[in-house]
Write a protein that binds this ligand. Structure first.
Ligand SMILES: [Zn+2]
Length: 261
C-alpha cells in the first residue's frame, strides 16, 4: 500500500505545538474543556505523529500514555489467544484512548490500533492524566462521560456482533468511519475488515461484494467509496444510530448540576 509521501514532512510540521487555545484543539473533548482547565493541561499535552496500523497500546501493557485523536480513528480490539483481533469499539475525535489509566491500576484491557489516517494526535503521560482527573472539573466530567459512552458502545457492539447480519454490521461500520474521516472515500484493507467484523477474509469479499452490487459502495484496491449514504443507512442495523447518539454528547454539559463558573 502506498504510504503518503508527505508523511515525513508532515511529521516535522506537526511537531510545532499543541494549540494554546482550547477551541483550536482538534480533539473535541479537549476543545470543550474550559479555557482555565485547558491551560493547566497544556504543559502535559504533546503532539505526536502516528501511522495507520500503529498500536498505541497492547492488551496487558502498562499504560504509559493516553492519546487524544485529532482526526481519523482508533480501533479498540479484543485479542484472542490464537492472535485473532476483533474490534469491540472505535474511538475518534470525541474521546481518548486509554481510559483504563483511571479505571484500574493502569493496564490496558484491550489493544488499540490506529485505523484511519490521523493527521493530528495528542498524547499525555498517564501520570499527568491521573493528576488531571484528580483535579476534577469539566475535564474529569467529560472523560468520565466518554468512558461511560465507550462502555455502552462495547455492549452495543457485543449484541451487534452476536445477532446482526454481517452486511448490517459492515454498513454500520462504514457509516461511522465516514463520519469520522470526513470523506466518502478512504483506505480499508480486507485484513482490517475481517478484524472489524470478526469474519474470515473470503467472507469479507462476499459481504463487500453484496453492498457493491447493490450500488451502495465501491470497493477496490483497498479503498472504499460510499456511493449511496442513505441506502447504506437503511442497510445498517440500529447500532449506527445508537452509537452515534452515545458519542455526540461528549463534551457538552448535559448532565449533572452546573458549576457556578
Ligand atoms: Zn448492530
Amino acid at each position: 500500500m502506498a504510504r503518503r509521501s508527505r508523511s515525513a514532512a508532515h511529521h516535522a510540521s506537526t511537531r510545532s505545538a499543541v494549540p494554546p487555545v482550547n477551541r483550536a484543539n482538534r480533539n473535541h473533548l479537549l476543545a470543550a474543556v474550559p479555557a482555565d482547565e485547558y491551560a493547566r493541561l497544556l504543559p502535559s499535552l504533546e503532539l505526536v505523529a502516528v501511522d495507520v496500523k500503529q498500536l498505541l497500546h497492547k492488551i496487558g501493557d502498562p499504560i504509559e500514555y493516553v492519546y487524544f485523536p485529532g482526526g481519523g480513528f482508533v480501533s479498540d480490539l479484543a485479542a484472542l489467544e490464537d492472535g485473532t483481533l476483533v474490534e469491540v469499539a472505535t474511538i475518534g475525535r470525541e474521546g481518548l484512548v486509554g481510559t483504563d489509566a483511571v479505571l484500574d491500576g493502569g493496564f490496558m484491557s484491550s489493544t488499540a490500533m490506529v485505523q484511519a489516517e490521523m493527521d493530528i494526535c495528542y498524547r499525555m503521560h498517564a501520570n499527568a492524566f491521573r493528576e488531571a482527573m484528580a483535579r476534577g472539573g469539566m475535564f474529569r466530567e467529560f472523560v468520565t462521560h466518554f468512558a461511560h459512552a465507550l462502555f455502552a458502545m462495547v455492549k452495543q457492539y457485543t449484541a451487534c456482533n452476536a445477532v446482526h447480519k454481517v452486511e448490517q454490521r459492515l454498513a454500520r461500520w462504514l457509516l461511522l468511519a465516514e463520519d469520522r474521516v470526513g470523506t466518502q472515500e478512504f483506505a480499508l484493507t480486507q485484513e482490517f475488515l475481517a478484524m472489524m467484523l470478526g469474519v474470515s477474509r473470503p467472507a469479507v469479499t462476499v459481504v463487500a461484494g453484496t453492498l457493491q452490487k447493490a450500488g451502495l459502495i465501491n470497493y477496490r484496491r483497498g479503498r472504499v467509496t460510499i456511493i449511496d449514504r442513505e441506502a447504506l443507512e437503511n442497510a445498517s442495523c440500529e447500532c449506527y444510530r445508537v452509537t452515534t447518539t452515545l458519542l455526540q454528547h461528549i463534551g457538552r454539559r448535559h448532565h449533572g448540576p452546573r458549576r457556578s463558573h
